[in-house]
Design a protein around this ligand. Structure first.
Ligand SMILES: Nc1ncnc2c1ncn2[C@@H]1O[C@H](COP(=O)(O)OP(=O)(O)O)[C@@H](O)[C@H]1O
Ligand SMILES: [Mg+2]
Length: 296
C-alpha cells in the first residue's frame, strides 16, 4: 500500500472515549489533476451509485474491475473529487493498496485497517495500546486455561475493526480501496451478507445503515467478487472503443513534448487505436515515442 494518492484527513481533537471526532474531517486529496477523455457513461454510473437518493440509508459496495492501465484509478479519482460527491460524503478516504512501505512482518489486513484509521486521525499510540491489550487478553485466557480459538492477530484485528466501526458510526462515509490484489488478503464480503460474522471479519469495520459506501478497484475479478458479493455490484471497465478519446489521451500526453500534427489524421488515429488496443495507459506510452513511429 502506498501513501501516494492517499487522501489524508486533517487531525481532530479527541472525544471523551479517546477516539478522534470526525464530524468535521476534511479530506485532502493529492490525486493527479488531468483531463479525462471519454468515461462519460462510466462516470455517470458511478455518480448514480453514490448519489441516488432512494437507497441512501443502505451500506453498499461496488467493484470496478478491468485490466492494467484501462483507467480504473483515474475514473474513481474523478468521481471521488466530484463536488456533489464531496458534499454528500464525509469522511472520504482514499487508500492505495499497493505500497513499498508495508512491513514484511505486518499482517496485510491489519495494515490496511490501520491506514484507514490513520487517515481518520488515529495515532500510533492507540495502535500500540490495541496490540498490547490483544496480547494481554490472549495471555490471560491461556493462563486461566480458557479455550480461545482466536489468535493474537485476530484479537488485534477485531479491536481495530471495532475502533473503525465506532468512528464511522452515524457517518455517511466513502472509502475507495484502490487496486486490491491477493497480497492484501482483503478477500471477505464487506456488506456481510446474511451470515453471522466473526468479530475479526472485515465487514465488522463498516457500520451499516448510514449510507456508507466502499468502492474497490481491482484487476482480479474473482477477488473483487468476493468483496462485493453480487454480480450486480461489479462493474467492468473495458478499453476505449472510440478512436477519438484514445487520440485525445495521446494528444494530451504528447503535446508537452512534441507538436503532433499528423498528415493523415484518420489513418494516424486508427494506427493509434490498433497499437494501444484502446488502453489509455498504452496511448500515453505511445505519446512518449516519436509520432512517425506510431504511424509507421
Ligand atoms: N479517460 C482517460 N482520460 C485521460 N487519461 C486517462 C484516462 N484513463 C486513464 N488515463 C491515463 O492512463 C493511465 C492509466 O490509468 P489508470 O487509471 O492508472 O489505470 P488503472 O488504474 O486501470 O491501472 C494514467 O496515466 C491515466 O492518467
Ligand atoms: Mg490503478
Amino acid at each position: 500500500m502506498s501513501t501516494h494518492g492517499d487522501s489524508s484527513a486533517t487531525r481532530n481533537s479527541s472525544s471523551k472515549e479517546g477516539l478522534p471526532k470526525v464530524n468535521h474531517v476534511e479530506t485532502k486529496s493529492e490525486l493527479q489533476d488531468l483531463n479525462i477523455h471519454g468515461f462519460i457513461n462510466e462516470a455517470l454510473f458511478l455518480k448514480n451509485f453514490l448519489l441516488k437518493r432512494k437507497e441512501s440509508e443502505e451500506f453498499k459496495t461496488l467493484a470496478i474491475v478491468g485490466k492494467y492501465g484501462v483507467g480504473k484509478t483515474t475514473l474513481c479519482q474523478s468521481v471521488f473529487n466530484d463536488e456533489d460527491v464531496k458534499r454528500a460524503y464525509l469522511p472520504r478516504i482514499w487508500v492505495s493498496m499497493y505500497s513499498k512501505e508495508t512491513r514484511e512482518d505486518e499482517d496485510s489486513k491489519i495494515a490496511v485497517v490501520k491506514r484507514i484509521l490513520r487517515s481518520l486521525g488515529v495515532e500510533d499510540e492507540m495502535f500500540e495500546r490495541i496490540k498490547t491489550d490483544a496480547e494481554e487478553e490472549k495471555r490471560g485466557k491461556d493462563e486461566a486455561g480458557e479455550e480461545s480459538e482466536e489468535t493474537v492477530k485476530e484479537k488485534e484485528l477485531s479491536r481495530l475493526l471495532h475502533t473503525l466501526n465506532s468512528i464511522l458510526m452515524w457517518k455517511k462515509y466513502l472509502i475507495v480501496l484502490d487496486d486490491v490484489c491477493e497480497d492484501n488478503e482483503w478477500n471477505q464480503r464487506l456488506d456481510g451478507g446474511e451470515v453471522e460474522q466473526e468479530k475479526w471479519h472485515l465487514s465488522c469495520g463498516f457500520p451499516k445503515g448510514f449510507g456508507g459506501r466502499v468502492i474497490v478497484t481491482s484487476r482480479d475479478e474473482r477477488l473483487a467478487k468476493k468483496i462485493v458479493g453480487e454480480e450486480e455490484n461489479l462493474q467492468r471497465l473495458f478499453p476505449r472503443s472510440d478512436a477519438e478519446s484514445v487520440w485525445e489521451i495521446y494528444y494530451d500526453a504528447a503535446k508537452t513534448r512534441v507538436m503532433v500534427n499528423p498528415r493523415y489524421p484518420g489513418r494516424f488515429k486508427q494506427e493509434l487505436m490498433d497499437k494501444s488496443c484502446g488502453v489509455p495507459l498504452a496511448a500515453r506510452m505511445l505519446a512518449k515515442i516519436d509520432p512517425e513511429k506510431v504511424d509507421a
